[in-house]
Design a protein around this ligand. Sequence first.
Ligand code: SF4
Length: 437
Amino acid sequence: MKTKTLRQDKVNVITLGCSKNLVDSEVLITQLQANDYEVHHDSNEKANIIIINTCGFIDVAKEESIDTILQYANAKKRGEIEKLYVTGCLSQRYKDNLEEEIPEVDAYFGTMELPGLLARLEADYKHELIGERTLTTPQHFAYLKIAEGCSRTCAFCAIPLMRGKHVSKPMEDLIKEAKFLASIGVKELMLISQELTYYGLDLYKKRALPELLKALCKIEGIEWIRLHYSYPNKFPKEVLTVMAEEPKVCNYLDLPLQHAADGVLHRMKRQTTCQEQRELIEYARKVVPHLAVRTTFIVGFPGESEEEFQQLCDFVKEMEFDRVGVFQYSHEEDTSGFLLDDDVPADVKAERANKIMEIQQAISYEHNQQKIGSILKVLFDRKEGEYFIGRTEYDSFEVDNEVLVNAKENFVRIGDFAMVEITDAEEYDLYGKVINV
Ligand code: SF4
């Protein structure tokens, strides 16, 4: 029997940015391991080959990516590492500039150049591994990327420049991938893409997300299916019917709205109005009981007047979202927004972002107080200090609320579900006791 001889090289893959980038890193790691590389992820493990999977979304993300590249370029100059490769969105968008400014990097690759990167490492691209992945997340949940790219034209967004037009993954491949993930112990699938509700329009000439959800619900072992990055315009309402009927589909809707003043929505090219957004959320809450709605807003878009910002504040107060994230507008070249004057001062942007989060903090506190005494199903992600920490179906990983149970009085296994009685609540955290595992 041929013994597997690991190559002497050790690779460390550094992932920056979003969950879609994380999936790309997982695919890369899987391919490298299949070529007998020892691979680590975001580790302090000493490695002689570093691969940085970058983010190029907005200024702060770009800065983080460039700082990380410089950090390892200096390590290479000091002889601490041998090879440095850069891939991902920043590399896709600024390859020529980066090659000029940071020549210590051995090679830069775009977002669709995995085979090229592997070839550079004398590794073969193993087609038979499509649909299989080494997870970098805790083993009980995984991201399922159902499409690549985006065909929308939001004025502030550079993603289509880095990821191209929307390309749906064939449903049979996604089901095969989900079955593989279930076979390695995944219980929660987080469906992601740039624009989830567009799924199928290119491949099947129809919005096929409802059909995909029903098929994924049939997979044994998968207990929760969560939807991320939906889009309000032409939202396929049948998704909500499936969510209401299928217990495996979390009553959770991540629906970035970006703004609520019609003038700003129009300048952002969001193809929707405040009233349409309001009606969609009211309809969703009617069809799906106890639905948790997560959204994100951008403040400081060119021309955002005090009055328009006030309209956004009023909307956040009125709609009482369960989860809210806020970004400060970043003036991204080559987007249509770049043609507008970035006239909202940085301190005003920061002030407005804080204002929205202040409003939301009070809403979140009220909502959480109402959960005291309720019994919720919780999936436990980790133990930290004296607490086991998990999430309800209303909370996604890293971005939403958490449930904390005291480890001295309760015992749960990481990756297990347990019923928890909520005994106390803060703005963003719930406390409770396990009533049965
Ligand atoms: S939907 Fe809009 S914001 Fe989202 S990735 Fe596409 S263009 Fe960007």
